[in-house]
Design a protein around this ligand. Structure first.
Ligand code: CP
Length: 318
């Protein structure tokens, strides 16, 4: 594996989940695989889980890890080609990525969207140029439109916890927020769940207010409804996440009705496990009583970020 940027980079998602769960059972079974290899993690934006879990995953494989907080500690990067760089940018991504590739065997990159220009964000120009110029394998630590390590983790968590017969009903439920957030997590979750549905592993529904439709390329095969209560009926997993509008790009649109999952709403489900990628705003996006209650899977889910990252790095090293 030379690139991990979406579910399309994985040939067998069921086996990949099993690989991660095997690593969870024996974290140090491949402690020599990464000896004398260096992982570089490049952050254009903040992170808690991605940064720590990917570092720990690399250490479990015997790798050395270096971290660059590019947004705070690096030179201001230019991404446009053909520019006379007489403005505020200091270094072109062509040189910056190529230089980082000289020091590292594998690179990870986090680069959020600006949420101002849909075409620019959805072209993944920054991420793609980084991949092109660095010259080594790249792991997405969340790009403008996808967060594959998170979505892989989410599938691991569902497969690990599902004890029922048949396929679980998985609901991606939009939750309220005061800020405009990217669509990367829901896009990616939808893409992975659609693939899991194709392979007979889940039944997948998306519930969001009108105006919050995701880009159709990520939601093929999903049932899409605008009624949260109807979607929650019989749900085995509810994945709560806010996102800003894709159609009215990057906007927070007015919404009618109550879209925050609380214990009352949870009663409509099949005693569902509740998931969220974190960070989460309590009692805004998701009720604190749910986060603190017995149905919450969020800490186990965050813990599984480690095994997702380790499975990806192991595949790249192998
Ligand atoms: N879920 C997630 O990616 O968390 P961080 O932004 O803290 O890395």
């Amino acid at each position: 594996m030379k690139l991990f940027s979406s579910v399309h980079d994985v040939t067998d998602i069921k086996q990949f989940v099993q690989d991660a769960l095997d690593l969870k059972a024996a974290p140090h079974a491949h402690a020599e695989l990464g000896r004398n290899k260096t992982l570089g993690l490049v952050f254009m934006n903040p992170s808690l889980r991605t940064r720590l879990s990917t570092q720990k995953a690399a250490l479990n494989l015997g790798m050395t890890v270096i971290v660059m907080n590019m947004d705070k500690e690096g030179w201001a990067l230019e991404t446009q080609d053909g520019m006379i760089m007489n403005g505020t940018t200091v270094e072109h991504i062509r040189e910056a990525a190529a230089v980082m590739g000289q020091y590292c065997d594998i690179l990870g990159l986090r680069s959020f969207p600006k949420l101002q220009n849909k075409e620019e964000d959805y072209s993944e120009d920054f991420f793609n140029k980084f991949v092109k110029y660095c010259g080594v394998p790249v792991v997405s630590l969340e790009s403008a439109t996808r967060h594959p390590l998170q979505s892989f983790t989410d599938l691991i968590t569902i497969r690990e916890t599902w004890k029922g017969n048949g396929k679980p009903k998985v609901v991606l439920a939009w939750g309220p927020h005061v800020k405009a957030l990217p669509q990367a997590v829901p896009n990616s979750f939808a893409e992975w769940m659609s693939k899991a549905q194709e392979e007979g592993l889940v039944d997948f529904t998306i519930a969001h207010p009108e105006g919050y439709e995701l880009d159709g390329q990520f939601t093929q095969g999903a049932e899409i409804v605008h009624d949260l209560d109807a979607a929650l009926h019989g749900a085995d997993y509810v994945y709560v996440k806010n996102w800003s509008s894709y159609q009215d790009y990057g906007k927070v649109l007015p919404v009618s009705g109550n879209w925050m999952l609380d214990n009352q709403k949870l009663k409509q489900t099949n005693n569902a496990g509740v998931m969220h990628c974190l960070p989460v705003r309590r009692d805004l996006e998701l009720a604190a009583e749910v986060l603190d209650g017995p149905n919450s899977l969020v800490i186990q889910e965050a813990g599984n970020r480690l095994w997702a990252a380790q499975a990806v790095l192991k595949k790249m090293l192998s």
